[in-house]
Design a protein around this ligand. Structure first.
Ligand code: PEP
Length: 252
């Protein structure tokens, strides 16, 4: 059975002091939820050390928001896999729509990062999803199929199992509007179906597919319980006290 996951994407928010106060505030309030769900806070890299210290002796995990695919060298401003691994970080978001749209990351670059991650035992959470313009049913399905294929280029079966796909329709991010539950299930099912075509049924059933885009404490339960949805990626609500109710969704 696939374990559910709840990922917080802090984006460019929270100084180290704010990070410490926030994690210390939430950590004892989400204990029970950690038995059944993987909770991963993807924090800015300046917060790694403090965040890791704060989650010691809890099951909360800390992840990165991005990495570069090269091992080391003249890549000003980037962080490497070796750097996060040395700290004990095993997860990173890759290909978030903000990386794709604001920083012009191409499908090819994202695939290089995914490959570097899985070759070095890092579990990438790779974001895909249609924009507002592609939001007619047919073109979105075609677009998502192409994006899914591009994520898995040159990835072998064992490596594929480390990847989580986050379906994040760009038009739903930070907008307080979500697709219908039927639509979320349909797209996540389609993504799994694309993975069946690439790696077969057995592997497709082991890969986690999560949903992201305006998840809050009111809609999480219905979304996370959809058959092909194995978790959620939470942006804006992951830096507020509401995150506690999101993580504790089973209690409502
Ligand atoms: C995100 O940026 O990945 C995201 C899901 O944001 P929000 O929850 O704010 O829509």
């Amino acid at each position: 059975m696939r374990k559910k996951m709840i990922i917080g994407n802090w984006k460019m928010n929270m100084t180290p002091n704010e990070c410490k106060s926030y994690i210390n505030f939430i950590k004892n309030k989400i204990d029970a939820a950690l038995e059944d769900n993987d909770i991963i806070l993807c924090v800015p890299s300046v917060d790694f050390i403090d965040a890791l210290k704060c989650v010691e002796n809890t099951k909360i995990m800390i992840g990165a928001q991005n990495i570069y695919f090269e091992k080391k060298g003249a890549f000003t401003g980037e962080i490497s896999i070796r750097m996060i691994k040395e700290l004990g970080i095993n997860y990173t978001i890759l290909g978030h729509s903000e990386r794709r749209n604001i920083f012009s990351e191409s499908e090819e670059l994202i695939n290089k990062k995914v490959r570097a991650a899985v070759e070095n035992s890092i579990n990438p959470i790779v974001c895909i999803g249609e924009s507002e313009k592609q939001n007619s049913k047919f073109s979105a399905a075609r677009f998502i199929k192409i994006q899914t294929g591009n994520v898995f280029v040159s990835i072998n079966t064992q490596q594929a199992k480390k990847i989580t796909i986050a379906y994040e329709p760009v038009w739903a991010i930070g907008t307080k509007s979500t697709p219908t539950l039927e639509r979320i299930q349909e797209v996540c099912y389609e993504i799994r179906n694309n993975i069946v075509n690439l790696y077969g049924q057995l592997i497709s059933e082991q890969i986690r597919i999560i949903y992201g885009g305006s998840v809050d404490s009111k809609n999480i339960k219905e979304i996370i319980n959809l058959p092909d949805v194995d978790g959620v990626l939470v942006g804006s609500a992951s830096i507020t006290p509401e995150f506690i109710s999101i993580v504790n969704y089973q209690k409502t």
